[in-house]
Design a protein around this ligand. Structure first.
Ligand code: XMP
Ligand code: MG
Length: 185
């Protein structure tokens, strides 16, 4: 499976643009957390590439710790099931937590995560998402830092998957269609 698959559509955001934008986000976050430090809490699996790049562009003088949790509502399809599963939420008591998300669509996943992190006693809570799907006015989650606002398209690459494929692509692409069984690995 690679970027030449029929399922992979046009490139929406090239890697170079992603990296420039992440440097800008990391600078802002470093300014905001100067002297405070933060726990970068990456949402698996989709956020793992973004989280790894983001923390390495933060000011080395900031005290950065990392942790991970798993959240999912999509199964293997391209539409939300509406039910959000959270696995392995780490201890956040008294911590300044930055949730690191790959993409926010309906906002249900993030809303549920934010509620749980607050309930578990975080001292402060902000969220960074690489991608924010436009046209969702009814959301109840909070976004503090956004990489790119994108149209309502299903996208893959740079950590984002379709049925666990395409996470390794360096650029972000639109998914053309759901692969037929004979195209699956
Ligand atoms: P909600 O609707 O809860 O969904 O905001 C957010 C989660 O759904 C996944 N998601 C996507 N994954 N391409 C993906 O690979 C997409 O276009 C997409 N849209 C939503 C993602 O896991 C996110 O955390
Ligand atoms: Mg996700």
């Amino acid at each position: 499976m690679n970027a030449n698959d029929a399922a992979i559509g046009r490139m929406l955001i090239p890697a170079a643009e992603i990296h420039t934008r992440i440097s800008g986000l990391a600078r802002r976050i470093s300014d905001d957390y100067a002297g405070v430090g933060l726990l970068a809490l990456t949402v698996l699996r989709g956020g793992f590439v973004f989280g790894a790049d983001l923390i390495r562009r933060m000011d080395p003088a900031i005290a950065v710790q990392v942790d991970f949790l798993r959240a999912g509502s999509y199964g293997d399809g391209t539409t939300s099931s509406g039910r959000v599963d959270v696995e392995h939420p780490p201890p956040v008591d008294g911590r300044d937590v930055l949730i690191v998300e790959d993409i926010v669509d309906t906002g249900r996943t993030l809303e549920s995560l934010q509620e749980r992190i607050r309930d578990r006693g975080a001292r402060s809570l902000r969220t960074v998402t690489l991608l924010d799907k436009e046209g969702r006015p009814d959301r109840r989650c909070t976004l503090d830092y956004v990489g790119f606002r994108i149209p309502d398209l299903f996208v893959v690459g740079y950590g984002l998957d379709y049925a666990q494929m395409y996470r390794h692509l360096p650029d972000i692409h639109v998914l053309n269609h759901e692969p037929r069984p004979e195209e699956s690995p």
